[in-house]
Design a protein around this ligand. Sequence first.
Ligand SMILES: [Zn+2]
Length: 496
Amino acid sequence: MATAPASSLDAYRAEADRFIAALDEEYYLHYAGHKEGFELEPIYERFAELTTMEACRRLGERAEAGGAGELELWHFACEGYLGNLTRAEAEEIAGLEASLTATVDGEEIPYRMLRPAIANEADRGRRDRLEAARVELAEEHLAPRWTALAEKRREGTHALGVPTYRELYERFGFPLEELAGQCRELLAETEDLYVAAFGSLLRRRSGVPLEEARRSDVPRVFRASEWDEGFPADRMVPALEWTLDGLGIDLHAQENVRLDIEARPSKSPRAFCAPIEVPGRIMLVIKPIGGPDDWHAFFHEAGHAEHFAHVSPELPVEFRRLGDNSVTEGWAMLLEHLVNDPAWLSRRLDFARPEQFAEEASVGLLYLVRRYAGKLLYELELHGDVELEPMRARYVEWLREATKIEPSPADFLADVDVGFYSSCYLRAWAMHAQLRSFLREEFGSAWFTRPEAGSLLRELWGEGQRLTAAELLGEVAGARLELGAVGERIREEVSV
Ligand SMILES: [Zn+2]
């Protein structure tokens, strides 16, 4: 077998590290509002050699002969190759989404504002008209582009020498078959709980029972303004400070974590983390607005930031920046879900009814996890050896089965996570539920106030993504990663 010498693999690692740093820096500058343009093209051009078909072929050979690190580098090259191949379609879709408008009740509304408008609209009839307008634009303008993109991705997968996108990800080490079985079990085991608990929350928030609910009723469940005052904008950063302090981490003494809270006109309203150098320069960006969603997003991104900030600088790029993204998502969820934790909430003495908030958050999580379970089962079919068009009907069947609410066939290709990222979220939810149980057993329900818990977390964060979520959980808790743990955790908090 013809393989390049080790030194060329090290050169590849160094270049990959610079490529990702450049992308993250550009992302940071644009979304933090420092820079109007978002110039990715010159970066992709500068590093084009990393993701050519030839690079994929060479790394594929290395992966076959080598270990987990080589496999991650091959995964990285292939995703870059497929990303380049479909970039024109992706940009065309983004351009259309940014420029299309609908006229609803005589008012012109940009495409991207239709979903937020539905969430904020109390009048059910108008919500339906907004959703109908969204579906019409999606069907007419976006669907043909999504189809073109999906076809190109399939051609690219064949060119990489793998029959299906699903098989490609199985070769990357994604445990898709096992996870599919766990998704089916989760859907069966939580069905009654979901119908009762989500049904009752939906009725309370949008006034309709689950049997009569429509797609446009769902955002009302998640837009619960009654809780806004418990989550004020000016308390977000102090809440993160005391939370980390409890774990023995002084946010302001961390030289490699830059908290960007300045207001800038074009700064993204959504919190994000840009790990420009791992672990040397991690940006945690926020424009505090307040409300539970904003707190969740901020704590989630802070979880990513702390994870990357503690990664050992000795690790090679494939374990510092690449690897199993279920792991960094799991760490993000660990901090995000503190915001719903009754033990954490009750420490905020100003917060009334923590138990009720926690219960409602669990019901919302149940909807999300079931939706993702249905989505993954659908995506596994879609990315198998099947025709695209019949998958419209399968999308509707799977999502209806999971959520009991009729989805729109127009979204059958748009509502798909690139690179089976849906499986990362599902594994991250499981990792979070199981790690949280472990932390509570070891350190008590207020584990987040114990510096020993913080020491353990720092040690695990140091591993970057060298271990998969399943391996990490095995090492720490001696347990198998199980999606069923999410259902159990929800059942503990939800009374129906
Ligand atoms: Zn995340």
